[in-house]
Design a protein around this ligand. Structure first.
Ligand code: ADP
Length: 316
């Protein structure tokens, strides 16, 4: 059984329903990736490494992880802290924006739990996934602990996957973000950015520029997402561009990249090729954006992805 560890923060999500009420759920980029990875590849052991509080809301959050069959053995409890929270606002033109209350969240305490015992568990994984948001959540004076952990994982043969998921407001400035991301690029086997963030940080607007970037950091496999346009993959220096079928009625793009990541990781770890893995991941993301919220109803996801994953397993 493949063993995957995903490291990040899950938050309480508040969104308005059409009748103006507030709906509460749980989401966060890396958590969303864990959920979709597990939903598509049920035989994987998908572990979420995070910290929550000891309050009732944290209990409910952990119950939500369990309901998704995400392994909670590495979920740490911090006394006196609570989960972070964010609220989605939609303006008159349908544009979404987010307000966050996460500066003092339980998840920010996670580095206290990088004990020898927990490092031992993480080293037994086949894959470790984290994002730029996971990095931003770690308090700056504890970042060295994270980089030492990543070095140990790499030395133990764990594959490392990273999505920069750049959020300007989480960083002091672009330089700070780039310093951290570039450490991550150097240590990752698989990097999964969006073209938009590469443009914001490095000024790239086209895929052809990315090849040099990839070799500069020694990235084995780079997968660049570009919304409905296409996905660009570079593996062993070979560039391929894979077309996506655009979805006609997009309801909510929250978690498009996260669901893509989860299914792509699962597919690649199952031995499925790059192009086929992109097709599976894009099918998942295409379904997710036709529903509201980060985590869509499990039946809708299963109806779409079940037959596709099975077909690829047979073809492989
Ligand atoms: P992010 O959510 O990280 O900004 P993208 O917007 O590039 O990432 O979307 C991630 C993936 O979601 C894309 O690679 C694509 O597979 C899928 N996707 C996004 N928008 C659409 C769309 N309009 N139609 C079909 N697929 C889409």
């Amino acid at each position: 059984m493949k063993n995957v560890y995903l490291f990040g923060e899950c938050m309480v999500e508040l969104s308005r329903t059409s009748d103006g009420l507030l709906k509460q759920s749980y989401a966060g980029d890396v958590y969303n990736t864990a959920v979709y990875l597990k939903r598509a590849f049920n035989d994987f052991n998908v572990n979420f490494f995070t910290a929550v509080g000891e309050d009732p809301l944290s209990d409910e959050m952990v119950a939500a992880f369990e309901k998704e069959n995400v392994n909670t053995d590495m979920v740490q409890r911090v006394r006196g802290k609570a989960p972070g929270l964010y609220m989605i606002s939609v303006d008159n033109s349908g544009e979404r924006s987010f307000s966050y209350w996460r500066n003092d969240s339980a998840a920010r305490q996670i580095m206290q739990f990088v004990s020898a015992e927990n490092v031992g568990y993480l080293c037994m994984g086949d894959l470790f996934f984290f994002s730029g948001i996971s990095l931003a959540v770690i308090t700056p004076n504890e970042r060295d602990i994270f980089w030492q952990l990543l070095r140990k994982l790499k030395d133990s043969g764990v594959r490392i996957a990273f999505d920069p998921n750049y959020r300007a407001r989480m960083w002091a400035d672009k330089t700070e973000a780039k310093i951290q991301f570039e450490r991550a690029f150097r240590m990752s086997d698989l990097v999964m950015p969006g073209i938009e963030e590469l443009e914001q940080l490095y000024g790239f607007t086209e895929f052809s520029k990315i090849q040099d970037f990839c070799s500069a950091f020694g990235i084995e496999e780079l997968v660049v997402k570009n919304g409905p346009e296409s996905v660009c993959c570079i593996r062993d220096g070979e560039l391929s561009e894979i077309d996506i079928t655009p979805v006609e009625t997009v309801v909510d793009t929250t978690s498009a990249g996260d669901s893509f990541n989860g299914v792509y990781l699962g597919a690649r770890m199952s031995g499925i090729g790059v192009a086929e893995s992109v097709q599976l991941a894009a099918a998942a993301a295409g379904e997710v954006i036709q529903h509201r919220g980060a985590i869509i109803p499990s039946q809708a996801f299963a109806d779409k992805m079940g037959p596709l994953v099975e077909q690829h397993a047979v073809e492989k």
